[in-house]
Write a protein that binds this ligand. Structure first.
Ligand SMILES: Nc1ncnc2c1ncn2[C@@H]1O[C@H](COP(=O)(O)OP(=O)(O)OP(=O)(O)O)[C@@H](O)[C@H]1O
Length: 283
């Protein structure tokens, strides 16, 4: 079922084929229930190649449930989830493996293994999915440290010795371990101070620009939505209520969407210097 309001740039007619080629994840009519409780109700959503998609919604609306369902960690009761053209999670083991090697995940709070050093944490996906010598894994893991802006002396540290921002970067380095095409970020800037959060957003944008990475970001962070996201999707009542650029959010008439995107904090962020961007939908 389509969203109640679609992105004006959504494909139709002859343009559809080329835009369809750009869809790397297609969630169609997905339903997830826990007992009597329906969390996702025929939800549909596309993620496009090279975009930063921000996924928002009220607390408890099912953002994490959708993420976990895409990752195959929750059962769904209906619908399909195609990732890189493969019907995941119903695919064969080989196909699932092929998909898993092309994505990286940064779970909320980093979720690093506390008993492993930063370097060992980054090597976990390499050990799981690749057959590399220890020396090569160390070398690649050190490159990932550089990529996310961590100093090389962080390699031997344990998560308990890192700041919140460093934990996020280390977790991002681990998500990038297999050179994925898409990364899923669950509340990547939560717990960071505004400067740390802005730096993290900048890092994500740089990775998108330099590596062509696609980013699916669950967030409550208005700064991230305004500064970093190309498109935003809003979850409500088990469905995507609206999706599109910031300008679509600002024009959308729905109580939660209005209070979120026109609330006091949002108005502070859409300060005069940002207002032009917001109105043009350039985010
Ligand atoms: N394994 C589970 N069993 C039963 N209920 C669950 C399970 N996982 C999630 N839920 C329920 O699904 C609903 C949506 O949870 P979810 O964590 O996806 O919300 P969210 O939108 O990510 O919220 P927040 O913004 O607060 O993180 C909640 O009511 C939650 O209790």
């Amino acid at each position: 079922m389509p969203p109640l309001v679609s992105d004006p740039a959504r494909p139709n007619g002859a343009a559809a084929a080329s835009q369809d080629d750009d869809i790397i994840i297609r969630v169609e009519d997905v339903t997830v229930r826990f007992g009597e409780n329906t969390i996702l109700d025929n939800l549909s959503l596309d993620v496009r190649r090279g975009e930063i998609l921000g996924f928002v919604g009220p607390s408890g609306s099912g953002k994490s449930v959708l993420l976990r369902t895409i990752l195959g960690l929750n059962q769904k009761q209906g619908g399909t989830i195609d990732v890189f053209g493969i019907n995941y999670p119903e695919a064969s083991d080989d196909d699932r493996l092929a998909v898993e090697r092309r994505w990286g995940v940064l779970f909320q709070h980093g979720a690093l293994f506390s008993s492993l050093t930063v370097l060992e944490n980054i090597e976990v996906p390499m050990r799981e999915y690749l057959d590399l010598s220890p020396a090569l894994m160390h070398e690649l893991a050190r490159l990932k440290l550089d990529l996310v802006g961590l100093p090389q002396d962080a390699a031997g540290k344990f998560p308990s010795e890192l700041s919140g921002g460093m934990i996020k970067r280390a977790a991002l380095a681990r998500a990038l371990a297999l050179d994925p095409d898409v990364v899923f970020l669950d509340e990547p800037t939560s717990g960071l101070d505004p400067i740390g959060a802005a730096d993290f957003d900048q890092l994500i944008m740089t990775l998108r620009d330099t590596l062509g990475l696609s980013v699916y970001m669950v967030t409550h962070d208005l700064d991230s939505l305004f500064q970093a996201c190309d498109r935003i999707a809003v979850l409500g009542d088990g469905k995507v209520l609206v999706e599109g650029p910031l300008s679509t959010m600002l024009a959308f008439d729905h109580p939660w969407v209005k209070s979120y995107f026109h609330g006091k904090r949002a108005r502070t962020i859409v300060a005069p210097e940002n207002a032009g961007h917001a109105q043009e939908g350039i985010v």
